[in-house]
Design a binder for this molecule. Structure first.
Ligand code: PMV
Length: 363
């Protein structure tokens, strides 16, 4: 498929007004995406677990307007108007207008709620951009009259990617691959696809407890971060390594080998941060408590034989990953040993989920 396949034909319908709601989860990458070309084309393929509890619920209300001169929209978060979000949405609309030619026909009221606390350091861009893209696709489907399921989901992921790369992995579950990879059939740089290969029962309802180490604003925006991979001395080797890790992970997911899974996932997390440590300018996004937590996890694993491990995003928070059958024991360990390293002792318990869904309106 190419970008042109997402430019729609003539719309058969028009609507005066209407409203649609979608909820979409966050995701956590196991093999990381870090480094991109223009238009959010990733430098390597990535794979993530879709989460279940951390999600964005977005209602898109649309009202036909007279003039097609400009975009017209308002953004609300938890019922409060947020003008601060408008530039991001405007940039997004400009990027996707060619694929959604109706954008200037309507005034949009975008109402958004996140189930996770704002300023928790958890990025809402993945869940937020995918929820908004799904709402827009829902409207396009109505305008066109019909649309295949595959086209709907692929294009929604394609649009979400143009908002925020990792958002392309937030629509389906429980594992999603984004980026071309020789071992993953039908994989694409344009949108995420469901990982359609055998997954061992060890990974069923895999747990992800997110430890909130630092709830502050991100020190480095992802755009700046990705750009640091241009002319990075280790870039080419890193992209190769990520690709190799995806092949290895595919095998570990099949066999259920948790030791291999741990090694790949932790190495990916540390490599992501190593890329930031070795770029120019350089950044340290981990905090002392990020390292304290990692060391405690390693100690616990050594002492108990547990299969708990960690991964990191581009920030200080730690995602603690473990099999469902260890829920009680690891839960206790987190409560007693790890939570003292979190800001105000806070963490969020999540697990793998099946992806986004349309929310029917109660009328
Ligand atoms: O989607 P972006 O542009 O915010 O990039 C996010 C990249 C990481 O979260 C650090 C890794 C990933 O693959 O999700």
């Amino acid at each position: 498929m190419t970008e042109n396949d997402f430019i729609p034909g003539h719309h058969n319908q028009t609507f005066q007004d209407g409203s649609v709601t979608w909820e979409s989860p966050s995701n956590i990458a196991l093999v990381k995406y870090w480094g991109k070309l223009d238009h959010q084309i990733p430098q390597n393929a990535s794979i993530s677990f879709t989460l279940n509890q951390c999600k964005t619920i977005t209602t898109l209300k649309y009202l036909k307007k007279e003039s097609r001169r400009d975009f017209s929209f308002e953004v609300f978060l938890d019922g409060e108007k947020k003008t601060g979000f408008e530039p991001k949405v405007k940039t997004f609309f400009e990027r996707v207008e060619v694929y959604l030619p109706f954008l200037k026909d309507y005034h949009f009221r975008i109402e958004t709620i996140n189930t996770f606390p704002h300023s928790s350091g958890i990025a809402s861009s993945a869940s937020g951009m995918s929820a908004l893209s799904l709402c827009l696709m829902d409207l396009e489907k109505r305008l066109l009259g019909k649309m295949s399921k595959d086209y709907f989901i692929n294009k929604a992921s394609f649009l979400a990617r143009l908002g925020s790369g990792s958002a392309s992995r937030s629509l389906e579950g429980e594992l999603v691959v984004w980026g071309e990879h020789t071992d993953i059939e039908n994989s694409s740089n344009l949108f995420g696809i469901k990982f359609d290969y055998p997954v061992h029962k060890n990974f069923k309802n895999y747990q992800d407890t997110i430890l909130l180490v630092d709830k502050g604003e991100k020190q480095v925006s992802s755009t700046v971060g990705h750009n640091l991979m241009h002319n990075h001395p280790f870039a080419e080797k890193r992209f190769e390594q990520a690709s190799n890790n995806l092949s290895l992970l595919k095998e570990a997911l099949k066999t259920g080998n948790l030791d291999d899974f741990i090694e790949i996932v932790e190495s990916e997390a540390l490599t992501l941060h190593a890329m930031m440590l070795t770029s120019l300018p350089y950044f340290i996004l981990m905090k002392p408590n990020t390292l304290n937590i990692i060391n405690k996890i390693w100690e616990y694993r050594k002492q108990t034989g547990s299969k708990v491990c960690f991964t990191l995003d581009a920030g200080a928070n730690v995602h603690v990953l473990f099999p469902e059958k260890e829920k009680l024991k690891v839960g206790k360990f987190i409560d007693q040993t790890l939570s003292p390293y979190c800001q105000n002792g806070q963490f969020i318990e999540d697990f793998t989920g099946t992806g986004a869904r349309r929310v029917e309106h109660l009328t």
